[in-house]
Design a protein around this ligand. Structure first.
Ligand code: NDP
Length: 449
């Protein structure tokens, strides 16, 4: 097929130009495998070299972050901001602090963000940033000094109409507070330059819950399209951070049973279900004590802990990967399918490898890719920006409804562009094409820029 040849040729060039950036290659390959056939008869996009332009970030900023630890030692990390595309709104995307952070990971995340932000229907461009800094094991003061040093440099490149970062792995409420405080100190301004802020200084209600809740709403919409629901379903969730915890909370609210959560040390399996009460304990463990998930067993000894394993061997109806990229590979996908899994919704960014996705697609189960499933977080961030600009705060019920409606619209866009037969919707294709059209058409309108 001509489009496959074109795609392969395109990918060869992309790999040559972006050597060693495997996560970035993977993300572009996944999206453009749907876009190449879509634009085959649409020369307007091909003539304007839209794919070449979309896969080249507008700019990448990289900087040194020097800070002092509690022992008086000077530490040096590397910080980045990848400003990918601002065709439909100011750059928007999270900051990740994790030792694994590198340019490839941030480029893949910024690229994915383009389509995700477009799917929300809100005017947001795409970016991602962070540092190879590990907040784990650092004191609050060390994290504060790091955040202050990081923002002292980043501040030159962000602004409420230019680029509005948010949190991601390793950047939660504490870090956002430190980052915002430093920006306010240096700029002498109180403006909406970050989202995910505390309620006391311009945050939005339900931002913390939005990504996890949204992922479960999307999973539920997929189930409902088949006449099913979350009620009574057994659900495996990975991670125990912001996304995982609130995904678990919403599953419980909709009548499902969550049996696993994890962190990078292993997973817990609680056959009785991780109820609302038990989740409350996990929130304290993770957010206040910054403890390991295994400490759940101190309080609930009937559960089991499996060290250095992911939870995909546990039989479930629904899997919600909510930890990190590439955490479900081909053999995990095979195990999930063999155990009867009927739906997967990606709370984390790109948690399934290309081969894992292929297995799910061959089995034609319900599969929601991250750019659709976890878009609820950035959607509420977009609404936080609106509230900051208008200097107002919306009520929780209004925001809950807006989140629900946005996830419903994302589901129907996926159906519109991804339906392949009466019984099968390819949600990846649907999300990729729907996200692409809006950004590509805006880029066409600007001419050659
Ligand atoms: P958190 O830092 O709050 O939690 C991350 C969780 O994943 C932790 O339990 C962490 O365990 C685990 N984890 C991280 N890396 C690994 C690894 N290599 N192997 C196994 N477990 C790991 O992050 P979030 O919950 O905010 O983010 C999770 C995912 O969701 C990411 O992919 C992020 O990009 C995505 N996302 C987040 C959004 C948000 O609103 N927060 C919005 C959209 C997407 P440990 O503590 O041991 O490291």
């Amino acid at each position: 097929m001509a489009w496959k040849q074109n795609r392969d040729q395109f990918m060869q060039g992309l790999v040559r130009r972006n050597q060693g950036e495997t996560e970035f290659h993977q993300a572009v390959h996944e999206v453009f495998s749907d876009i190449f056939p879509y634009i085959q008869d649409k020369s307007i996009y091909r003539d304007a070299q839209i794919l070449e332009r979309m896969s080249e970030p507008d700019r990448i900023i990289s900087f040194r972050v020097s800070w002092e630890d509690d022992g008086g030692n000077i530490r040096v990390n590397r910080g980045w901001r990848v400003q990918n595309n601002n065709a439909i709104g100011p750059y928007k995307g999270g900051l990740r602090f994790h030792p694994s952070v590198n340019q490839s990971i941030l480029k893949f995340l910024a690229f994915e963000q383009t389509f995700k932000n477009s799917l929300t229907g809100l005017p947001m461009g795409s970016a991602k940033g962070g540092a190879n800094f590990n907040p784990k094991g650092k004191s609050d003061r060390e994290v504060m000094r790091f955040c202050q040093a990081f923002m002292s440099e980043l501040r030159h490149y962000i602004g409420p109409n230019m680029d509005i970062p948010a949190g991601d792995i390793g950047v939660g409420a504490r870090e956002i507070g430190f980052l915002y405080g430093q920006h306010k100190r240096l700029s002498k301004e109180f403006t909406g330059i970050l989202t995910g802020k505390g309620m006391e200084f311009g945050g939005s209600l339900i931002r913390t819950e939005a990504t996890g809740y949204g992922t479960v709403y999307l999973a539920n919409h997929m189930l409902q399209s088949k006449g099913l629901s979350m009620e009574g379903k057994t659900v495996c969730i990975s991670g125990s951070g912001n996304v995982a915890i609130y995904a678990a909370e919403k599953v419980n609210q909709l009548g499902g049973k969550v049996v696993t959560l994890s962190d990078s040390s292993g997973f817990i399996y609680d056959a009785d279900g991780i109820s609302e009460y038990k989740l409350g304990h996990i929130k304290t463990l993770k957010n206040i004590k910054r403890a390991r998930i295994s400490e759940y067993l101190d309080e609930f000894p009937q559960a089991k802990f499996y060290a250095n394993q992911n939870p995909w061997s546990v039989p479930c109806d629904i899997a919600l990967p909510c930890a990190t990229q590439n955490e479900i590979d081909q053999s995990d996908a095979h195990t999930l399918l063999t155990n009867g899994c009927i739906a997967v919704a990606e709370g984390a960014n790109m948690p399934t490898t290309l081969k894992g996705i292929q297995r799910f697609q061959e089995a034609k189960i319900l599969f929601a890719p991250s750019k659709a499933a976890n878009a609820g977080g950035v959607a509420i961030s977009g609404l936080e920006m609106s509230q900051n600009s208008a200097r107002i705060s919306w009520k929780e019920a209004e925001l809950q409804k807006l989140l629900f409606d946005i996830m419903e619209k994302i589901h129907s866009q996926c159906e519109n562009y991804g339906r392949e037969s009466k019984h099968y919707v390819n949600y990846i294709k649907g999300a990729n094409i729907a996200g692409f059209i809006k950004v590509a058409d805006a880029m066409l309108a600007y001419g050659v820029v």
